[in-house]
Design a protein around this ligand. Structure first.
Ligand SMILES: Cc1ncc(COP(=O)(O)O)c(C=O)c1O
Length: 427
């Protein structure tokens, strides 16, 4: 158990960080506000574990928000990055490895013939939207409530009140005129989708095929197919944002798992093997509209960075059929164990290979409104209890857990032991 004295170095670092980083962090969820405690500062990771500044070990289920599907400091990834780094870290000119990575992605992801790489998923999603607008000559974009596609202006939009179809800014600083080009529709709601489509044909529907940013809320049967049919019927592009699901829920991501093909696919996280890399992929006819092949402008100083590309290539090489079988059995054991540890409490565990959410609700939500009705205080207390017992869960009900290939039986057992204690403490 961690008592209040044992996180002294994390506390001191947080106090310092508050002086120079807004909120003490470089990305909001890290501050752990949603679970009512201060952040832990992390010093190192190895396999499935991270170690904080006070030397305490945790079984890690954040794994850099899903980027580390092979676990921390995976030796093959480290060796590749070190070897490439010794030759220079960035050139701002093409390299052979980028071509190799694009070829490998094209072999794996349905519908991808070409890739444009970026440094973040935010940029990749933004680029996909720009391409869809250029291709269709339309401005409107449909997205789903509870989905996250990065923090570009048009995608930081929230549903307006009542039946208003145009969205409103989800953050100060987002122009209302830009948010108004986005329509936010409830996930898994065919009628809401039909209303949005009837109001105006969009350039694109953008969706996470297996949404994991309101906790994991898979599509209802037929919903992804409906998105595909709706796009085909009105000449819009279907953008599958696979930043989380890509290379995780299956070798070829959510497109492979569902059998529903996107016109454009947004990739990130696993693609860079823990270093910054993301991409938009699709057929040649669409991708060659990007400059310099075409006229749609997009660029990036560090895009296709050699270290990130090397880490991504090695990570993808590790992801063979045996790896997916292991990821599935690990996630199943964890999900079933957590559900059983919860006993008779109003908890439901939703999972897919490599992803799960422990919802504090008696049945798993099918949209954002239901997810918001979970017992957020209980989730927060559960997370604090896990942290005190050496398990590091995502510090928000609205995020997914990311078991990795480095999580084995021992880590699952440690996790379940901690979970039994944390649930008991809830009463
Ligand atoms: C589905 C999805 N799309 C896009 C993004 C944005 O990616 P990044 O944080 O690399 O900008 C995220 C980030 O978590 C995501 O989960």
């Amino acid at each position: 158990m961690v008592d209040s004295g044992t996180d002294a170095r994390s506390r001191a670092l947080y106090a310092r960080a508050l002086g120079v980083l807004p909120g003490g962090v470089n990305s909001p969820v890290r501050a752990m506000h949603a679970i009512g405690r201060d952040p832990l500062f992390i010093e190192r990771g190895a396999g499935a574990e991270i170690f904080d500044a006070d030397g305490l070990a945790y079984v890690d289920y954040v794994c850099s928000w899903g980027a580390l599907i092979a676990g921390h400091a995976q030796p093959d990834v480290l060796a590749a990055v070190a070897a490439i780094a010794a030759r220079g870290t960035s050139f701002g000119a093409p390299t052979e490895l980028e071509v190799e990575l694009a070829e490998e992605v094209a072999r794996r992801v349905p519908g991808v013939e070409m890739l444009r790489m970026t440094s973040s998923g935010t940029e990749a999603a933004m680029t996909a939207i720009r391409l869809a607008r250029a291709h269709t000559g339309r401005d409107r974009v449909i997205k789903f409530a509870g989905a996250y596609h990065g923090h570009s202006d048009g995608l930081l939009a929230a549903a307006g009140s009542g039946l208003a179809t145009q969205a409103i800014p989800a953050s100060p600083g987002v122009p209302a005129s830009i948010a108004a080009e986005t329509v936010v529709v409830a996930w898994n709601d065919p009628q809401a989708l039909a209303r949005a489509l009837a109001a105006q044909a969009p350039a694109a529907i953008i969706a996470e095929p297996y949404p994991a940013n309101m906790g994991l809320v898979p599509p209802a049967e037929g919903f992804l197919e409906l998105l595909r049919e709706s796009c085909d019927a009105c000449g819009a592009l279907l953008i599958l944002d696979e930043v989380i699901s890509g290379f995780r829920v299956a070798r070829g991501g959510g497109g492979e798992l569902s059998g529903v093909r996107g016109d454009l696919v947004v990739l990130g996280k696993v693609l860079g093997g823990g270093l910054p890399a993301a991409a938009v992929g699709g057929p040649r006819a669409l991708l060659e509209q990007l400059a310099p092949a075409g006229e749609v402008y997009q660029a990036g100083t560090l895009s296709g960075n050699p270290l990130a590309v090397a880490a991504g290539l090695v990570t993808l090489a590790l992801l063979d059929a045996a790896a997916y079988a292991k990821l599935e059995s690990t996630t199943r054991a964890l999900a079933e164990g957590l559900a059983s540890a919860a006993g008779g409490r109003a908890v439901s565990v939703q999972w897919l290979p490599g992803l799960l959410t422990v919802f504090f609700a008696s049945s798993a939500p099918h949209d954002l409104e239901r997810a918001k009705r979970c017992d957020l205080d209980a989730y927060a207390a559960f997370c604090r209890g896990l942290l005190a017992r050496g398990v590091y869960p995502p510090p928000s009900q609205f995020e997914a857990w990311f078991p990795s290939l480095a999580h084995g039986e021992a880590e699952i057992e440690r996790t379940l032991e901690a979970a039994r204690g944390a649930f008991e403490e809830l009463g």
